[in-house]
Design a protein around this ligand. Structure first.
Ligand code: PLP
Length: 375
């Protein structure tokens, strides 16, 4: 199989698995137990905390392990709204992941919040002047914006956006599930108060993630129980998952420039061989691994089936929307109509892909396009 759907999930790096194995077997101790056995597990958890903190440029004590990106986003939004219960307005964008949008919809429908969704231009660009205008310091509890988009890879100017929120003394959260480990991030150079990241997007295990919670602002926990994670997220730690996330974060720190080369080569070749091909958001700063390709006259479902027959795995839009009949809200926000959105494929590379795999993809896409266009 040629796996090119790495924004949906990534294969586990064998080095990550190796690091996790003892904690799935003989080192099964509860890190909360005071025994020597328990202390070894605790030490492994703390090492991982430092590895994750290093990846995003914060202090280890500001990392809280969660069950994944979704929980980290939910916990951050919960905390921000609890910190300012009198403010009932939240600013976000129209292209966020459902891990954020679904919670905001729930707050709107059941808790009377007003949600402002900032639009983007056809390249996926966010207008910072619109953000500034949308914030009402008396009413806004939170600004939540993703660092990089899962469907197009477009990167938002998060440091600048967080400074705008800070000037109004409004809490700022960023969903960095796609950005962490793919571009270099340093939260300490920004006014970000919380951030979400996830293990399975960076060759770590599924069901583990982390949240950065700035020590400069308060935190209101969502999980109550035994008081783990310094009273911020109760529940016995997923030690093997945490150790895996730590190792994945460490491995992601090295530069993986070959990913950008693979993506750029793919786009150049396709542009020269297929008439009318377009790459969504390509004029913007993008994640180096993501290409959202539109081939007019070839619908993505058909292309996916033809690629699948060659055992090439790609995605028609966001993983969460695959199989749904409605077109991608991200592409709609960028101004694509339903028909154009149905011609978009998301190809997401990883450092584990090879040049040969990309050459096979290019030939398969050219052949599949000819076939689709001839029907
Ligand atoms: N946010 C973004 C941008 C994502 O792409 C995803 C996963 O697709 C999530 C949040 C959810 O992360 P997890 O799958 O770890 O819950």
């Amino acid at each position: 199989m040629i796996y090119l759907d790495n924004n949906a999930t990534t294969p586990l790096d064998p080095l990550v698995l190796e690091e996790m194995m003892p904690f799935l077997g003989p080192q099964f101790a509860n890190p909360g137990s005071g025994s020597t056995f328990g202390r070894a597990a605790k030490k492994a958890v703390e090492k991982a905390r430092t590895q994750v903190a290093t990846l995003i440029g914060c202090e280890a004590e500001e990392i809280i392990f969660t069950s994944g990106g979704t929980e980290a986003d939910n916990a951050a939004i919960f905390s921000a709204t609890e910190l300012s219960p009198e403010r009932k307005h939240i600013v976000t964008s129209a292209v966020e992941h459902d891990a954020v949008l679904a919670y905001l919809k729930w707050l709107e429908e059941t808790r009377g919040y007003e949600i402002t969704k900032l639009g983007v231009n056809p390249q996926g660009r966010l207008d910072l002047a619109e953000l500034e205008a949308a914030i009402d310091p008396d009413k806004t509890a939170l600004v939540t914006l993703m660092w990089a988009n899962n469907e197009t890879g477009v990167i938002f100017p998060i440091a600048e956006a967080s400074n705008i929120a800070a000037e109004e003394e409004v809490f700022f959260h960023t969903d960095a599930v796609q950005a962490a480990g793919k571009i270099s991030l340093s939260v300490s150079d920004t006014s970000i108060h919380s951030l979400a990241l996830s293990g399975h997007k960076i060759h770590g295990p599924k069901g583990i993630g982390a949240m950065f919670a700035s020590k400069n602002v308060g935190f209101r926990p969502w999980f109550h129980g035994g008081g783990q994670e310094n009273q911020r997220r109760s529940g016995t730690e997923n030690v093997a998952g945490i150790v895996g996330l730590g190792k994945a974060a460490e491995l992601a720190l090295s530069a993986h420039e070959n990913v950008r080369k693979l993506r750029d080569h793919f786009e150049r070749e396709l542009a020269s061989k297929i008439d009318g091909v377009q790459f969504q958001g390509s004029e913007m700063e993008r994640l180096p691994n993501t290409s959202n390709v539109r081939i007019p006259g070839a619908n993505s479902e058909g292309l996916m089936i033809l690629l699948d027959m060659k055992v090439i795995c790609v995605s028609a839009g966001s993983a969460c929307h695959t199989g749904a009949l409605h077109p991608s809200p991200v592409l709609a926000a960028m101004g694509l109509d339903a028909e154009a959105a149905r011609e978009c494929l998301r190809i997401s590379f990883s450092r584990l892909n090879s040049t040969e795999e990309v050459e096979t993809l290019i030939s398969a896409m050219i052949a599949a396009t000819e076939r689709m266009r001839s029907i």
